[in-house]
Design a protein around this ligand. Structure first.
Ligand SMILES: N[C@@H](CCC(=O)N[C@@H](CS)C(=O)NCC(=O)O)C(=O)O
Length: 214
C-alpha cells in the first residue's frame, strides 16, 4: 500500500480531524484533499460521485470509499493497527465497551448536542434561530458528560483506562468543540483533554487538518 492509494478528503472541522488523528496514531502515510465544508467543494460533481451525501471526511483506500468519521477511524485501526498502535481493544468484550463509547459520543454528544448548537448558532441562517433548543442542547451535553466524568477516575488515563483508543479521538474532538461553544466542562475532563491533545499524533493532525492558505 502506498500513500497514493490512501486519500483523505476534508480539512478544517471537528469531524475531519478525527481520521487525520487516527492516521497519525497508526503511523500511516496518506494524501490529503483539503476540501472544506460550506465552500461548495463538497458539492462538485467529482466529490458527489464519491459521496452522494456531500459530506466530509471521506476516505479512499485502495478501492474502498468510506464516509462517517467514526467509521473511518475504526476501519483504519482494524485494517492497519498493530498490537502497539491499534485504536480498538483486541478482546471482544473490551472492544464492545469501546464501541459503546464511540456510538454514545457520536449520537449523544456530537449529533444530539453539539450539532444542534451549530445548526441554530453558526448555521441559523439556514436552520433558523432556536434559543430554547440551543440552551437545551448545552444542558443535555453537560448531563451526558456525567458518565464520562465518572469513567475518567484515573487522572492519568483515557476513557478505556491506560490505552488510548478510537473513543478518545471522538471524545476529545467533542470536548474541544464544546469548549469553543462556551459549554462548561468539568476540570477532570479538561485535564483529560489536555492529555489527549498533547499526544504527538494530535499535533500532526492539526497540521494535516489545517485549512491551507489560498
Ligand atoms: N456524521 C458525519 C458528519 C459529517 C458532516 O456533517 N460533515 C460536515 C463538516 S463537519 C460537512 O461535510 N458539511 C458539508 C456541507 O454541509 O456542505 C461524520 O461524523 O463524518
Amino acid at each position: 500500500m502506498t500513500a497514493t492509494e490512501r486519500i483523505l478528503w476534508g480539512v478544517g472541522t471537528s469531524r475531519t480531524i478525527r481520521p487525520h488523528w487516527a492516521m497519525h496514531e497508526l503511523g500511516l502515510s496518506f494524501q490529503v484533499r483539503p476540501i472544506q465544508a460550506r465552500t461548495g467543494e463538497t458539492h462538485t460533481a467529482a466529490f458527489t460521485a464519491l459521496n452522494a451525501r456531500q459530506k466530509i471526511p471521506l476516505l479512499q483506500d485502495n478501492g474502498l470509499v468510506l464516509t462517517e468519521s467514526a467509521a473511518i477511524v475504526t476501519y483504519l485501526s482494524d485494517a492497519y493497527g498493530t498490537e502497539q498502535t491499534a485504536l480498538l481493544p483486541a478482546d471482544v468484550r473490551d472492544r464492545a465497551r469501546c464501541l459503546e463509547w464511540c456510538f454514545f459520543i457520536i449520537s449523544e454528544l456530537d449529533a444530539t448536542s453539539l450539532y444542534v448548537m451549530r445548526r441554530h448558532g453558526d448555521l441559523s441562517h439556514i436552520y433558523g434561530e432556536a434559543p430554547t433548543a440551543n440552551a437545551a442542547a448545552a444542558t443535555y451535553f453537560q448531563k451526558q458528560m456525567r458518565t464520562v466524568e465518572r469513567a475518567l477516575t484515573s487522572r492519568h488515563g483515557y476513557l478505556m483506562g491506560q490505552r488510548f483508543t478510537a473513543a478518545d479521538i471522538l471524545l476529545s474532538t467533542c470536548i474541544t468543540w464544546a469548549v469553543r461553544y462556551g459549554v462548561p466542562v468539568a476540570d477532570i475532563v479538561l485535564d483529560y483533554n489536555q492529555r489527549a491533545t498533547q499526544r504527538p499524533a494530535f499535533a500532526k493532525a492539526m497540521t494535516t487538518n489545517a485549512v491551507p492558505d489560498k
